[in-house]
Design a protein around this ligand. Structure first.
Ligand SMILES: [Zn+2]
Ligand SMILES: [Zn+2]
Length: 345
């Protein structure tokens, strides 16, 4: 699509985040505001304390779980539009986690799409990424370097299955660290649950329930906390958030092997630095080819790049004739592996 000449910027960054002046709302603000439009329920996109929230319908229960009980939350079905002060707002699947959405806004013939986080790989736990035509596309670039290319998710899930079986034969429990909202459920939906019993850390179990209520089929799991004292853990897979890695919580499992499912496992040395036995490359973000393909698909003549490795992507776009800018968001530095330790990826 050609960019309309002399248009005012429909979105801008101000001290509270990404702001639409014509509609008087923010997209994923990082401070409490009057009106917040939310792409998805991950903590770096969802700040508590705003007066009202609008999200895609399958996100609503996750927002409720993360915000104060009295928060005013409304939601729209994917594709349904609402006018906010004559700016037309709609949500379109981003394929990242349950309910994750790209926000499309339209005003006086200008169309912008803020992607939030997204991936193109198929994921049975959420709606598949939808290509939405726009003049300006705001893309994430958490993994915006050409070295980031993901294997087929099925291959990674097979590796996890084989590791689990191998641990059973060696008489060890299998403790798999995964981001508790999104990644853990994706692993659950894809692994071979006939291998053995599956236990969870409370942080994972909480979101499993919301996924289940949202119609996502997951195998049966049990909170490790409520398992009987003499449980034989050697056949079990235990799903836990990365923050549980150094917790006394782990002691109950006796002899165990550790694994981590994350896009960061693609970088040599990350696993060793985090003292994890096995790394499994499984990301809920677009890899380099998927970023380029999503950008191309949008038809946007202008691209704003946020999150992660922005400079390499901006450079590539410039070399390929696309006007682009790196946009400074609050969580700059997210690309540092150490910072990313607890970040979803
Ligand atoms: Zn996210
Ligand atoms: Zn994010």
């Amino acid at each position: 699509m050609p960019v309309l000449k002399k248009m005012e910027s429909l979105l801008q960054i101000n001290p509270n985040g990404l702001y639409c002046a014509a509609g008087d709302f923010y997209i994923d603000p990082w401070n409490p505001v009057e009106r917040a439009v939310i792409t998805h329920a991950h903590a770096d996109h969802l700040c508590a304390g705003s007066k009202s929230y609008l999200s895609a319908r399958p996100s609503e229960a996750l927002l409720r779980a993360r915000l104060d009980v009295e928060a005013a939350i409304e939601s729209l079905a994917f594709g349904e539009a609402r006018n906010i002060n004559s700016v037309r707002v709609s949500f379109h699947p981003a394929g990242h986690i349950l309910g994750s959405a790209q926000v499309r806004i339209e005003y006086q013939g200008q169309v912008w799409v803020a992607s939030g986080d997204y991936k193109l790989a198929l994921d049975p736990t959420c709606h598949a990424f939808e290509t939405v035509a726009c003049h300006t596309f705001i893309t994430e670039s958490t993994f915006g370097l050409p070295i980031f290319r993901w294997p087929e998710p099925g291959e990674t899930l097979d590796e996890i299955n084989a590791w689990w079986r191998g641990n059973q034969q060696a008489g060890k429990a299998s403790v798999l660290f995964a981001y508790p909202l999104g990644k853990a459920q994706r692993v659950l939906a894809g692994i071979d649950s006939s291998i053995g019993p599956i236990y969870t850390h409370g942080a994972v179990e909480r979101f499993n329930g919301i996924y289940h209520d949202g119609g996502v089929a997951l195998p049966a799991t049990q909170c490790a906390r409520s398992a009987p004292p003499k449980t034989d853990w050697t056949r079990a897979l235990i799903l836990a958030p990365p923050m549980a890695k150094t917790a006394p919580w782990l002691r109950r499992f006796g002899d165990f092997s550790t694994g981590m499912a994350s896009g960061w496992m693609r970088i040599r040395g990350t696993r060793r630095r985090r003292s994890i036995d096995r790394g499994f490359v499984l990301s809920d973000h677009a890899d380099w080819p998927a970023l380029l393909s999503a950008i191309r698909g949008s038809g946007a003549a202008r691209v704003w790049v946020t999150h992660g490795y922005r400079a390499p992507l901006v450079r590539w776009l410039a070399e390929n004739g696309v006007e682009s800018d790196a946009i400074e968001m609050r969580f700059a530095g997210e690309q540092e592996a150490e910072v990313a330790d607890e970040a979803e990826a």
